[in-house]
Ligand binder design. Sequence first.
Ligand code: ATP
Length: 437
Amino acid sequence: MAPKDTMDKLVALCLNRGFVYPSSEIYGGIAGFWDYGPLGCEMRNEVKAAWWQRMVRDREDVVGLDTSIIANPQTWVASGHVENFHDPMVDCRQCKRRFRADQVDDDDRCKASEDGRHDLTEPKQFNLMLKTRIGASDDTAIDAYLRAETCQSIFLDFKRAMQSARKKPPFGIAQIGKAFRNEITPRNFTFRSREFEQMELEFFCPPDQADDWFEHFRERRWQWHLDMGVDPEKIRWHEHTGDELAHYCQRAYDIEFEFPFGWHEFEGIHHRGDHDLTAHSNHSGKDQAYTDPETKERYVPYVIETSVGVDRTMLVLLCNGYTEDEVAGEKRTLLKLSPRVAPVKVAVLPLSKKIAEPAERIAADLRRRFNTAFDVTGNIGRRYRRQDEIGTPYCVTYDFDSSEDDSVTVRDRDTTKQERISISALPAYLSEKVLGY
Ligand code: ATP
């Protein structure tokens, strides 16, 4: 299938089945903003919970924060965003469209010129921070920014979080939260949005340990994506070298995914040295250095960062899972989502409306453990297809023998194989499959 077709079909599936909708659609939408529908919102919550489990709860050396979206604007002066967070912008003099200078594709034709080529202006620097005003009256209101990344407030809270959680380096602070960037050309569905969510870890360590922690987190983050079901053939490392390396980074690697529209970054692992804590120490006048109580050594901790977008992870998982195959000579579309992130874990399907009641009781019981659907309408084949299309890994069919043998049939989404399981063993059986315990 041509990549564009795959993307068009995936976007249609997301819209029709309730994963992602354009924001404020009845007013014509607004570029770069998206709403997650009933299934999208379930899946997002699962992605975030899986990340939080792995990066925070599974570890003794990481704590979490949930900081405000708007911080004192000095934060963004100290971080360098006010001065440096720019993208080069160009305009086409003919068709008047605007582009990010490094993202004008050769195959993007100008509709107003005869040869189809854009007549581009010189690049102008455009700041990506979204501004707002805070305060009740015009003369006292101040300009503030919606955060462009979640990590800066982790740096601001470094000392408080460390002391209140009774931690000392090496330890990390993690956060999941919204970030905003006034992207010049939001595009490729949710890939480049103006409002998005990040899952970030800032790991603070003694300078001489930074290289080892950098490797540790590279390995851990790669493994997480494999555990989420991403095809290892579709991800690769990209190391930043030369001019690509941001001024605050000593080393940086992206994890890229092969989207239908090409290889692109969806996670960055950054060795930020002492750049951030030093910048905030200097700018605020509040020293962020740490003194080891045992050795009395005083140093500014180095930071290893892992930064991944919730929305890009969703898009990776959706693109990775989108599959078309044939079952018994019939075409079907399925989303091969890992059970950990699938929005619906199990669907209970009574073979007939007449036996809906006992099947409903099974669904009610399973709901206490996972998101469970109950569907009684249409023939069973069609009901299986509906669940395949939204990535439900297991369907439980209650049939006319079920009341006799106290058993149901469990069907696997990918293989379509069916297994007979006793109703009393079903919750534990599905927990093992879906949650791994
Ligand atoms: P890009 O080069 O694509 O603009 P970036 O290098 O600026 O991304 P980072 O600042 O390293 O991205 O942000 C970390 C992660 O946050 C990215 O890997 C991505 O998953 C997510 N992210 C960044 N910008 C956006 C955006 N506009 N829309 C959706 N997710 C984003």
